[in-house]
Design a protein around this ligand. Structure first.
Ligand code: MG
Length: 300
């Protein structure tokens, strides 16, 4: 099931997107005739409440053309920072080590980490499909893109064993882990360069866990129509059970938490010379089985 967060004619709510991604049916406050009030309960609130999805199907309004609604990030206001994994594909770890922007201490010849690298992005980074990405001119001159599969946690847990990990997953969405490489390099840690406002495009909607095989899903990122990143989650250095086990070892994972699972090779910093984003550039982020979203870097 594909669940969108959206606005339409002054209303804001969630809706179920049809299989062809042509229409979306809003979730109403109660079962009944089409045209009823939209429910104000957010996707995050429903996940936190452990609400069964069948409850949504009982309260659907008439389908709206998807082109007429404004999609928002599926979880526009996460309860806490987005958990992120660095260098989780070998080819990306190698391109990043070569780039000179990685100042976090990977020794030469050991680009791939032995354990997951974890950082976070501030909640205020999140924007929805089509929203402008701010270039933060004067603060960064080296803005980069990173297509990533994001896990949405459904069940609270600490000390989650890998074998139990998928039972804690509610579903998935797409994020693009926009990064200011100069800040990442110069401050010798990742939070600052990853957390500028608008640096976490998310969408176009959330899909429930049954919609994709998270161990074999293709992802691609296009800049101005040119394919820059093409990867598959089967190439993860640390798979989703390993990540959930690592993160939850001493930190309770909460319903609605987001885990960005890392990006494949092809980021701008990996080219010689680097190919960073500029004002006006268009970023298209695609993951098979989820969908795609497009963003543009604003002029200033
Ligand atoms: Mg990333």
């Amino acid at each position: 099931m594909k669940i969108a967060t959206m606005e339409w004619r002054g209303r804001r709510g969630i809706g179920i997107v049809d299989a062809e991604a042509a229409t979306v049916r809003p979730v109403l406050a109660s079962g009944g005739a089409a045209g009823g009030e939209w429910s104000g309960r957010t996707l995050r609130e429903r996940i936190e409440a452990g609400e069964p999805l069948s409850a949504l199907l009982d309260c659907l309004g008439a389908p709206l053309p998807l082109a007429e609604v404004r999609l928002l990030a599926p979880i526009p206001e996460p309860r806490r920072n987005i958990l992120c994994i660095g260098k989780n594909y070998r080819a990306h770890a190698e391109e990043f080590a070569r780039s000179g922007f990685d100042t976090t201490g990977a020794p030469p010849g050991a680009a791939a980490p032995e354990r997951p690298i974890v950082f976070t992005k501030a909640t205020t980074t999140v924007i929805g499909p089509g929203d402008a990405i701010l270039p933060h001119l004067g603060l960064t001159a080296q803005m980069d893109y990173e297509i990533e599969l994001a896990v949405i946690i459904g069940r609270r847990g600490r000390g989650i064993a890998p074998a139990d990990a998928y039972a804690h997953v509610w579903g998935y969405t797409i994020v693009n882990d926009i990064t200011a490489r100069d800040l990442q390099r110069d401050h010798q840690q990742w939070f600052l360069g990853k957390s500028l406002d608008t640096f976490c495009p998310m969408g176009p909607w959330a899909v429930t866990a049954d919609e994709i095989d998270p161990g074999n899903t293709a992802l691609r990122c296009y800049i101005n129509g040119e394919l820059r990143q093409e990867g598959n989650t089967r190439l993860f250095l640390f798979d989703i059970p390993a990540l959930i086990s690592c993160l939850s070892a001493g930190i309770t994972l909460l319903p609605g938490d987001l885990i960005a699972t890392g990006t494949p090779a092809g980021v701008g910093a990996g080219f010689v010379p680097p190919r960073f984003l500029r004002p006006g550039d268009e970023i298209r982020s695609v993951i098979d089985g989820i969908g795609e979203m497009t963003h543009r870097v604003a002029a200033g």
